[in-house]
Ligand binder design. Structure first.
Ligand code: UDP
Ligand code: MG
Length: 328
Protein backbone atom coordinates (compact mmCIF):
# COMPACT_ATOMS: atom_id res chain seq x y z
CA UNK A 1 0.00 0.00 0.00
CA UNK A 2 1.11 3.52 -0.72
CA UNK A 3 1.07 5.76 2.34
CA UNK A 4 -1.45 8.59 2.14
CA UNK A 5 1.27 11.20 2.32
CA UNK A 6 3.08 9.88 -0.73
CA UNK A 7 2.75 11.97 -3.86
CA UNK A 8 0.51 10.30 -6.43
CA UNK A 9 1.99 8.93 -9.62
CA UNK A 10 2.24 11.69 -12.21
CA UNK A 11 0.24 10.94 -15.34
CA UNK A 12 2.73 12.45 -17.77
CA UNK A 13 6.30 12.30 -16.63
CA UNK A 14 8.65 14.92 -17.96
CA UNK A 15 11.97 13.59 -16.71
CA UNK A 16 13.10 10.05 -15.94
CA UNK A 17 16.33 9.64 -14.00
CA UNK A 18 17.98 6.25 -14.46
CA UNK A 19 20.54 5.04 -11.93
CA UNK A 20 22.38 1.70 -12.22
CA UNK A 21 22.99 0.39 -8.73
CA UNK A 22 25.49 -2.21 -7.62
CA UNK A 23 26.17 -2.39 -3.88
CA UNK A 24 25.33 1.24 -3.23
CA UNK A 25 23.09 0.96 -0.14
CA UNK A 26 25.05 3.70 1.62
CA UNK A 27 24.77 6.18 -1.24
CA UNK A 28 21.14 5.66 -2.28
CA UNK A 29 19.35 7.65 0.48
CA UNK A 30 21.74 10.59 -0.02
CA UNK A 31 21.32 10.38 -3.78
CA UNK A 32 17.54 10.37 -3.43
CA UNK A 33 17.52 13.40 -1.13
CA UNK A 34 19.85 15.42 -3.33
CA UNK A 35 17.99 14.49 -6.49
CA UNK A 36 14.67 15.30 -4.91
CA UNK A 37 15.88 18.71 -3.78
CA UNK A 38 17.09 19.53 -7.29
CA UNK A 39 14.06 18.16 -9.15
CA UNK A 40 11.54 19.69 -6.75
CA UNK A 41 13.02 23.14 -7.38
CA UNK A 42 12.39 22.67 -11.11
CA UNK A 43 8.66 22.15 -10.79
CA UNK A 44 8.45 19.30 -13.24
CA UNK A 45 7.09 15.80 -12.93
CA UNK A 46 9.79 13.18 -12.62
CA UNK A 47 10.48 9.56 -11.84
CA UNK A 48 13.59 7.87 -10.53
CA UNK A 49 14.33 4.44 -11.97
CA UNK A 50 16.78 2.53 -9.78
CA UNK A 51 18.11 -0.60 -11.46
CA UNK A 52 19.66 -2.94 -8.92
CA UNK A 53 22.25 -4.92 -10.83
CA UNK A 54 22.18 -7.91 -8.47
CA UNK A 55 23.69 -6.12 -5.46
CA UNK A 56 24.93 -8.26 -2.58
CA UNK A 57 24.24 -5.60 0.02
CA UNK A 58 21.06 -3.92 1.27
CA UNK A 59 20.58 -1.85 -1.89
CA UNK A 60 17.28 -3.41 -2.93
CA UNK A 61 15.83 -3.10 0.56
CA UNK A 62 16.70 0.60 0.41
CA UNK A 63 15.05 0.88 -3.02
CA UNK A 64 11.90 -0.81 -1.68
CA UNK A 65 11.85 1.56 1.29
CA UNK A 66 12.27 4.62 -0.95
CA UNK A 67 9.59 3.30 -3.30
CA UNK A 68 7.14 2.81 -0.45
CA UNK A 69 7.55 6.41 0.67
CA UNK A 70 7.51 7.90 -2.81
CA UNK A 71 5.79 6.29 -5.82
CA UNK A 72 7.97 8.29 -8.14
CA UNK A 73 10.79 5.95 -7.15
CA UNK A 74 10.68 2.83 -9.33
CA UNK A 75 12.89 -0.17 -8.83
CA UNK A 76 14.01 -3.17 -10.82
CA UNK A 77 16.14 -5.94 -9.39
CA UNK A 78 18.15 -8.16 -11.72
CA UNK A 79 18.33 -11.87 -11.04
CA UNK A 80 22.13 -11.51 -10.83
CA UNK A 81 24.89 -9.05 -11.69
CA UNK A 82 24.56 -8.39 -15.43
CA UNK A 83 26.83 -5.33 -15.55
CA UNK A 84 26.31 -1.59 -15.76
CA UNK A 85 25.52 -1.59 -19.50
CA UNK A 86 22.65 -4.05 -18.98
CA UNK A 87 21.42 -1.99 -16.02
CA UNK A 88 21.37 1.19 -18.09
CA UNK A 89 19.56 -0.66 -20.90
CA UNK A 90 16.93 -1.90 -18.45
CA UNK A 91 16.39 1.67 -17.27
CA UNK A 92 16.09 2.97 -20.83
CA UNK A 93 13.50 0.28 -21.59
CA UNK A 94 11.31 1.65 -18.80
CA UNK A 95 11.53 5.40 -19.40
CA UNK A 96 8.18 7.15 -19.19
CA UNK A 97 9.57 10.68 -19.40
CA UNK A 98 10.05 12.96 -22.35
CA UNK A 99 13.71 13.06 -21.44
CA UNK A 100 15.93 10.68 -19.51
CA UNK A 101 19.08 11.33 -17.49
CA UNK A 102 21.46 8.48 -16.69
CA UNK A 103 23.72 8.96 -13.69
CA UNK A 104 25.84 6.92 -11.27
CA UNK A 105 24.60 6.01 -7.82
CA UNK A 106 27.80 6.99 -6.03
CA UNK A 107 27.21 10.76 -6.34
CA UNK A 108 30.24 11.24 -8.57
CA UNK A 109 27.74 12.71 -10.99
CA UNK A 110 26.33 15.79 -9.24
CA UNK A 111 22.51 15.94 -9.49
CA UNK A 112 22.89 19.72 -9.42
CA UNK A 113 23.96 19.57 -13.08
CA UNK A 114 20.53 18.30 -14.20
CA UNK A 115 18.89 21.76 -14.44
CA UNK A 116 21.58 22.86 -16.89
CA UNK A 117 21.13 19.65 -18.88
CA UNK A 118 17.40 20.30 -19.07
CA UNK A 119 18.08 23.85 -20.23
CA UNK A 120 20.18 22.58 -23.14
CA UNK A 121 17.51 20.00 -23.93
CA UNK A 122 14.77 22.62 -23.98
CA UNK A 123 16.99 24.68 -26.27
CA UNK A 124 16.84 21.82 -28.76
CA UNK A 125 19.65 19.38 -27.94
CA UNK A 126 18.70 15.70 -28.12
CA UNK A 127 21.74 14.43 -26.24
CA UNK A 128 23.50 16.37 -23.50
CA UNK A 129 26.77 14.76 -22.42
CA UNK A 130 28.37 15.81 -19.16
CA UNK A 131 32.10 15.98 -19.75
CA UNK A 132 34.56 15.78 -16.89
CA UNK A 133 36.91 18.73 -16.73
CA UNK A 134 39.45 16.83 -14.68
CA UNK A 135 39.97 13.29 -13.56
CA UNK A 136 41.53 14.01 -10.17
CA UNK A 137 39.50 11.21 -8.63
CA UNK A 138 41.20 8.61 -10.84
CA UNK A 139 44.66 7.16 -10.36
CA UNK A 140 47.38 8.42 -12.78
CA UNK A 141 47.57 4.97 -14.39
CA UNK A 142 43.84 4.95 -15.05
CA UNK A 143 43.97 8.48 -16.41
CA UNK A 144 46.79 7.58 -18.78
CA UNK A 145 45.07 4.38 -19.92
CA UNK A 146 41.84 6.24 -20.53
CA UNK A 147 43.58 8.93 -22.60
CA UNK A 148 45.41 6.29 -24.63
CA UNK A 149 42.14 4.44 -25.22
CA UNK A 150 40.31 7.52 -26.53
CA UNK A 151 43.22 8.35 -28.88
CA UNK A 152 43.44 4.81 -30.23
CA UNK A 153 39.67 4.54 -30.53
CA UNK A 154 39.43 7.76 -32.51
CA UNK A 155 42.11 6.46 -34.84
CA UNK A 156 40.47 3.17 -35.73
CA UNK A 157 36.72 3.64 -35.22
CA UNK A 158 34.04 4.86 -37.52
CA UNK A 159 32.53 6.89 -34.68
CA UNK A 160 34.29 9.29 -32.32
CA UNK A 161 33.69 9.07 -28.60
CA UNK A 162 33.10 12.34 -26.78
CA UNK A 163 36.44 12.79 -24.96
CA UNK A 164 35.92 12.86 -21.20
CA UNK A 165 32.28 11.95 -21.71
CA UNK A 166 31.05 9.22 -19.41
CA UNK A 167 27.61 7.76 -18.94
CA UNK A 168 26.24 10.93 -17.28
CA UNK A 169 23.95 12.07 -20.08
CA UNK A 170 20.54 13.37 -20.91
CA UNK A 171 18.67 11.73 -23.78
CA UNK A 172 15.59 13.07 -25.48
CA UNK A 173 12.68 10.64 -25.80
CA UNK A 174 13.50 10.15 -29.50
CA UNK A 175 17.03 9.08 -28.63
CA UNK A 176 15.76 6.70 -25.96
CA UNK A 177 13.47 5.14 -28.56
CA UNK A 178 16.38 4.87 -31.00
CA UNK A 179 18.64 3.27 -28.38
CA UNK A 180 15.89 0.82 -27.46
CA UNK A 181 15.69 -0.24 -31.10
CA UNK A 182 19.30 -1.42 -31.13
CA UNK A 183 19.22 -5.18 -30.68
CA UNK A 184 22.82 -5.92 -29.72
CA UNK A 185 23.49 -7.87 -26.54
CA UNK A 186 26.96 -6.54 -25.85
CA UNK A 187 26.32 -2.87 -25.36
CA UNK A 188 28.64 0.10 -25.21
CA UNK A 189 26.44 3.11 -24.52
CA UNK A 190 29.24 5.68 -24.95
CA UNK A 191 29.60 4.47 -28.53
CA UNK A 192 25.91 3.89 -29.23
CA UNK A 193 25.10 7.43 -28.08
CA UNK A 194 27.41 8.78 -30.75
CA UNK A 195 26.28 6.26 -33.33
CA UNK A 196 22.62 7.39 -33.19
CA UNK A 197 23.56 10.95 -34.11
CA UNK A 198 20.98 13.69 -33.32
CA UNK A 199 21.92 17.14 -32.00
CA UNK A 200 24.50 16.65 -29.30
CA UNK A 201 25.97 19.17 -26.89
CA UNK A 202 28.42 18.82 -24.02
CA UNK A 203 28.39 20.29 -20.57
CA UNK A 204 31.54 20.46 -18.43
CA UNK A 205 31.47 19.29 -14.81
CA UNK A 206 33.85 18.29 -12.05
CA UNK A 207 33.29 14.75 -10.87
CA UNK A 208 33.05 14.42 -7.09
CA UNK A 209 34.66 11.77 -4.92
CA UNK A 210 32.73 8.55 -4.49
CA UNK A 211 30.20 8.95 -1.67
CA UNK A 212 30.84 5.53 -0.14
CA UNK A 213 32.56 2.29 -1.04
CA UNK A 214 35.08 1.80 -3.85
CA UNK A 215 34.90 1.75 -7.63
CA UNK A 216 33.46 -1.46 -9.03
CA UNK A 217 35.81 -1.35 -11.98
CA UNK A 218 38.93 -3.43 -11.73
CA UNK A 219 41.61 -3.00 -14.39
CA UNK A 220 40.54 -6.37 -15.75
CA UNK A 221 36.92 -5.20 -16.15
CA UNK A 222 38.10 -1.97 -17.78
CA UNK A 223 40.24 -3.95 -20.24
CA UNK A 224 37.21 -6.07 -21.24
CA UNK A 225 35.13 -2.92 -21.52
CA UNK A 226 37.71 -1.27 -23.80
CA UNK A 227 37.90 -4.37 -26.04
CA UNK A 228 34.09 -4.61 -26.21
CA UNK A 229 33.88 -0.92 -27.02
CA UNK A 230 36.23 -1.26 -29.95
CA UNK A 231 34.95 -4.53 -31.30
CA UNK A 232 31.41 -3.10 -31.42
CA UNK A 233 32.34 -0.14 -33.54
CA UNK A 234 35.17 -1.08 -35.84
CA UNK A 235 36.31 -4.00 -37.94
CA UNK A 236 39.70 -2.37 -38.54
CA UNK A 237 41.48 -4.95 -36.31
CA UNK A 238 40.20 -7.66 -38.66
CA UNK A 239 41.44 -5.87 -41.77
CA UNK A 240 44.91 -4.89 -40.56
CA UNK A 241 45.95 -8.55 -40.64
CA UNK A 242 45.40 -8.82 -44.36
CA UNK A 243 47.71 -5.83 -44.86
CA UNK A 244 50.28 -7.04 -42.35
CA UNK A 245 50.12 -10.54 -43.87
CA UNK A 246 50.60 -9.16 -47.37
CA UNK A 247 53.58 -7.04 -46.25
CA UNK A 248 55.18 -9.98 -44.46
CA UNK A 249 54.60 -12.26 -47.45
CA UNK A 250 56.21 -9.70 -49.73
CA UNK A 251 59.14 -9.34 -47.36
CA UNK A 252 59.64 -13.12 -47.23
CA UNK A 253 59.55 -13.38 -51.01
CA UNK A 254 62.26 -10.70 -51.24
CA UNK A 255 64.28 -12.37 -48.51
CA UNK A 256 63.82 -15.80 -50.15
CA UNK A 257 65.02 -14.48 -53.50
CA UNK A 258 68.03 -12.91 -51.81
CA UNK A 259 68.82 -16.27 -50.16
CA UNK A 260 68.63 -18.11 -53.49
CA UNK A 261 70.84 -15.56 -55.21
CA UNK A 262 73.30 -15.57 -52.33
CA UNK A 263 73.51 -19.37 -52.32
CA UNK A 264 74.07 -19.46 -56.07
CA UNK A 265 76.77 -16.81 -55.90
CA UNK A 266 78.58 -17.69 -52.69
CA UNK A 267 77.63 -21.30 -52.04
CA UNK A 268 75.88 -22.83 -49.06
CA UNK A 269 76.43 -21.54 -45.55
CA UNK A 270 75.00 -23.26 -42.50
CA UNK A 271 74.96 -20.50 -39.88
CA UNK A 272 71.56 -18.79 -39.76
CA UNK A 273 70.16 -20.00 -36.50
CA UNK A 274 69.61 -16.47 -35.16
CA UNK A 275 67.72 -15.21 -38.20
CA UNK A 276 65.59 -18.40 -38.32
CA UNK A 277 64.74 -18.11 -34.67
CA UNK A 278 63.82 -14.43 -34.93
CA UNK A 279 61.65 -15.00 -37.98
CA UNK A 280 59.88 -18.00 -36.41
CA UNK A 281 59.19 -16.25 -33.13
CA UNK A 282 58.04 -13.07 -34.80
CA UNK A 283 55.73 -14.84 -37.21
CA UNK A 284 54.18 -17.08 -34.57
CA UNK A 285 53.56 -13.97 -32.45
CA UNK A 286 51.86 -12.27 -35.37
CA UNK A 287 49.76 -15.36 -36.04
CA UNK A 288 48.68 -15.69 -32.44
CA UNK A 289 47.65 -12.04 -32.24
CA UNK A 290 45.66 -12.28 -35.45
CA UNK A 291 43.97 -15.46 -34.26
CA UNK A 292 43.13 -13.63 -31.05
CA UNK A 293 41.56 -10.77 -32.99
CA UNK A 294 39.50 -13.23 -35.03
CA UNK A 295 38.50 -14.88 -31.76
CA UNK A 296 37.26 -11.58 -30.30
CA UNK A 297 34.93 -11.06 -33.23
CA UNK A 298 33.86 -14.68 -33.47
CA UNK A 299 33.10 -14.66 -29.76
CA UNK A 300 30.86 -11.64 -30.23
CA UNK A 301 29.07 -13.23 -33.14
CA UNK A 302 28.47 -16.23 -30.89
CA UNK A 303 27.14 -13.99 -28.09
CA UNK A 304 24.76 -12.28 -30.50
CA UNK A 305 23.44 -15.39 -32.25
CA UNK A 306 22.56 -16.98 -28.92
CA UNK A 307 19.97 -14.20 -28.62
CA UNK A 308 19.86 -14.44 -24.86
CA UNK A 309 18.13 -11.56 -23.10
CA UNK A 310 20.32 -8.70 -21.91
CA UNK A 311 19.16 -9.16 -18.34
CA UNK A 312 16.66 -11.09 -16.21
CA UNK A 313 14.44 -9.39 -13.70
CA UNK A 314 13.87 -10.81 -10.25
CA UNK A 315 11.65 -8.20 -8.61
CA UNK A 316 10.25 -4.74 -9.23
CA UNK A 317 9.09 -1.76 -7.19
CA UNK A 318 6.29 0.52 -8.46
CA UNK A 319 6.63 -1.05 -11.91
CA UNK A 320 4.66 -3.85 -13.54
CA UNK A 321 6.22 -7.24 -12.89
CA UNK A 322 6.75 -8.72 -16.32
CA UNK A 323 6.29 -12.32 -15.25
CA UNK A 324 3.04 -11.67 -13.44
CA UNK A 325 1.83 -9.37 -16.16
CA UNK A 326 3.01 -10.53 -19.59
CA UNK A 327 2.56 -8.05 -22.45
CA UNK A 328 -0.54 -8.90 -24.45
N1 UDP B 1 27.45 -0.50 -11.51
C1 UDP B 1 26.52 -1.43 -11.91
N2 UDP B 1 26.92 -2.72 -12.17
C2 UDP B 1 28.23 -3.12 -12.05
C3 UDP B 1 29.18 -2.14 -11.68
C4 UDP B 1 28.77 -0.85 -11.41
O1 UDP B 1 25.34 -1.12 -12.04
O2 UDP B 1 28.52 -4.28 -12.28
C5 UDP B 1 27.03 0.89 -11.23
C6 UDP B 1 27.47 1.45 -9.88
O3 UDP B 1 26.57 1.13 -8.84
C7 UDP B 1 27.50 2.93 -10.15
C8 UDP B 1 27.92 3.01 -11.62
O4 UDP B 1 27.62 1.74 -12.18
O5 UDP B 1 26.23 3.53 -10.02
C9 UDP B 1 29.39 3.35 -11.78
O6 UDP B 1 30.18 2.44 -11.06
P1 UDP B 1 31.52 2.86 -10.33
O7 UDP B 1 31.31 4.08 -9.53
O8 UDP B 1 32.02 1.65 -9.63
O9 UDP B 1 32.44 3.17 -11.59
P2 UDP B 1 33.47 4.42 -11.78
O10 UDP B 1 32.78 5.66 -11.27
O11 UDP B 1 34.67 4.08 -11.00
O12 UDP B 1 33.70 4.45 -13.26
MG1 MG C 1 31.90 5.96 -9.55
Amino acid sequence: MIPASAPTAPTSVELSVIVPVYNEAASLPVLYERLKAVLESLELSWELILVDDGSRDESFAVIERLGKADVRVKGVRFARNFGKEAAMAAGLHRVAGRAAVIMDADLQHPPELIPQMLERWRAGAAIVTAVRTDRDTDSPLRRWLSLAFYRFYRGISEIALTPGGGDFRLFDRRVVAALNLLPERKRFLKGLANWVGFDQVTLPYRPAERHAGTSRWSLRKLWRYAIDGMVSFTTVPLHVWSSIGALLALASVVYGLWLVVRTLLFGRDVPGYASLMVATLFLSGVQLVSLGVLGEYLGRVFEEVKRRPLYLIGRTVNLPDELADPPS
